[in-house]
Design a binder for this molecule. Structure first.
Ligand code: COA
Length: 161
């Protein structure tokens, strides 16, 4: 049983994230999509809402589970017996940050390998900030996010205005 953890803030999950989940699933028997805490971020969606949304996005994907964790990613991966941490690499600009995290996680959990996957080039420019920015200023984000996220963001927009 090869288990991988795919961590992130997922604020919100995009089609790029989903693409990585699918690719990871081709290599690993189980992929845990993990909502972890990035201390530098104040998410638009609270944790419970992001959990529900990620669950809705991966519904029907066999071998994909969703969880959250407030401590160190390396501890979580070890506790769950994961063999890998999956991260998406979209462009060279991701590299410095990802390299640093991978090295720290390797020191904390030597048995857990960080694996980088490249999303489809269609999503290579995409991140959650772009989606939130389009949402904030009334732009069209509908083709960048899974249907469940689109509905939740539309709803939030209606209740915010
Ligand atoms: N498609 C679209 N967007 C993508 C993407 C893809 N395939 N891959 C990454 N991104 C985007 C995200 O949307 C996010 O965009 P944003 O900054 O505009 O919101 C950005 O790239 C990176 O975010 P994400 O992948 O969600 O990771 P993160 O940097 O928010 O998460 C954690 C980092 C949570 C994994 C890290 O802080 C962590 O491990 N925390 C736990 C505590 C810990 O162990 N700390 C020590 C770490 S060494």
């Amino acid at each position: 049983m090869r288990r991988a953890v795919y961590p992130g803030t997922f604020d919100p999950m995009t089609l790029g994230h989903l693409d990585i989940v699918r690719r990871a699933r081709q290599t690993f028997d189980e992929v845990v999509v993990l909502l972890a805490v990035n201390a530098d971020k104040t998410p638009l969606f609270p944790l419970e809402a992001r959990l529900q949304l990620v669950r809705a996005c991966v519904e029907g994907l066999d071998g994909v589970v969703v969880d959250s964790h407030e401590g160190l990613l390396a501890d979580y991966a070890q506790q769950k017996g994961a063999t890998a941490i999956v991260r998406g690499l979209r462009a060279i600009s991701d590299f410095d940050y990802e390299f640093q995290m991978a090295i720290v996680n390797r020191k904390l959990a030597p048995g857990v390998e960080t694996v980088f996957l490249m999303p489809s080039e269609e999503w290579s420019y995409l991140n959650s900030s772009i989606v939130r920015e389009l949402w904030r200023f009334g732009g069209d984000y509908s083709r960048l996010v899974p249907e469940a996220v689109r509905r939740a963001m539309d709803h939030l927009q209606r209740t915010a205005s």
